[in-house]
Design a protein around this ligand. Structure first.
Ligand code: 13P
Length: 351
């Protein structure tokens, strides 16, 4: 039967263990931690410190007449080390994989604010941005008319700019239209496409959206492609089929490379601007379905695609919805018009 002295590591093993821990710490600090929610980050730090303490404690030599209290403590520590090792392996392999998908909070301002008000709103978001984890990507999508003013207000921050729509054609005699190249030239990185209000009021079909997607990608824009059912469809239990068709008819036409630069927003029409939100369970159920539909075409790449929830999302319900595995953030309407509310929604991650 080995004694406690036999399993206590000598200086070589202790140094090795310390080096491995240091390397893990350095790696996590640089690559993993910034992508974790604050809660997971805190846990990760606790475990790392515990690991250091453990190595320090074991590295103290045992005297022949070591008090039984210290021997007991060592046994406890060894037990703890095993538990820690098993927990880490279990977490990495089965559960709680750190969510590496982007966490996004995007504001769709719709047809609201005048240019000066938009600039103020953007400045408010910039001013409070530091209060929210840098792991959350913020996007604001003002009306076309204030894209450049807002771009100016966002300068120097990490908040991205998006447009709410773009033309289906490249350029030419299309009075009143705004091309993807034009919005890209104003500093947009994203463009919302297929919003239910555009499908409903402006007759956008999958055919139009396919053309808009082509334009968006041709100009280096990342589409935020919206899907979602209306109330009748939800009540008839057709919501799964509706979003599946909206994806198959448009997203399935993308190349694997284009798909890597796509964000999906699930916005149930009955929840938009109504104050009626989908429950977190309803959101998770359909987000998981959307991911499955994406995986059927794009395989494992579907795991990396951010799927946002939209529809009366506000500071009071964001945390519960964002906590769901397949919800990677929100596309926010009304609540994006107040900088504090918009930022508070971003704080919903990792609560
Ligand atoms: P509300 O957040 O106002 O319900 O709007 C959601 C939406 O349509 C975002 O695109």
């Amino acid at each position: 039967m080995p004694t406690i002295d036999d399993i206590t590591p000598g200086p070589v093993w202790t140094t090795l263990a310390a080096l491995v821990l240091l390397a893990a710490w350095w790696h996590s600090l640089r690559r993993v931690l910034p992508k974790m929610t604050p809660k997971r980050r805190n846990w990760m730090m606790c475990w790392t410190y515990a690991g250091f303490l453990f190595v320090l404690e074991l590295s103290r030599p045992l005297a022949a007449d070591e008090p039984s209290g210290r021997r007991f403590l060592l046994k406890l520590l060894i037990l703890f080390a095993w538990a820690l090792l098993i927990a880490i392996v279990y977490n990495i392999i089965y559960k709680n994989k750190p969510k590496m998908r982007k966490k996004i909070v995007a504001g769709n301002w719709k047809m609201n604010t005048l240019p000066a008000e938009g600039a103020e709103l953007a400045k408010g978001v910039v001013a409070g941005r530091g209060t929210v984890c840098s792991c959350v990507d913020f996007i604001v999508c003002p009306p076309f008319t204030h894209l450049s003013t807002v771009a100016e207000a966002l300068k120097g921050s990490d908040i991205a700019l998006g447009a709410q729509n773009c033309a289906a054609e490249e350029k030419g005699a299309y009075t009143g239209e705004v091309s993807a190249a034009m919005i890209a030239a104003l500093g947009c990185k994203y463009v919302i496409l297929g919003h239910s209000e555009r499908r409903q009021y402006y007759g956008e079909t999958s055919a139009t959206l396919n053309k808009k997607m082509t334009q968006a990608y041709a100009n280096g824009l990342m589409p935020i492609y919206c899907v979602g059912e209306n109330l009748d469809e939800r009540e008839a239990g057709k919501h799964f089929d509706v979003v599946k068709a909206q994806i198959e008819e448009v997203v399935y036409n993308l190349t694997a490379e284009q798909f890597k630069n796509l964000v999906i927003a699930y916005e149930p029409v009955w929840a938009i601007g109504t104050g009626k939100t989908a429950t977190a369970e309803q959101a998770q159920e359909i987000h998981a379905h959307i991911r499955k539909v994406l995986a059927a075409k794009f395989g494992v790449a579907a795991e990396e695609c951010a799927i946002l929830y939209g529809g009366s999302c506000k500071p009071s319900n964001a945390a519960e919805i964002f906590a769901k595995e397949d919800v990677d953030g929100g596309l926010i309407g009304g609540a994006a018009l107040k900088a504090d509310d918009f930022l508070a929604i971003g704080k919903g991650f990792g609560k």
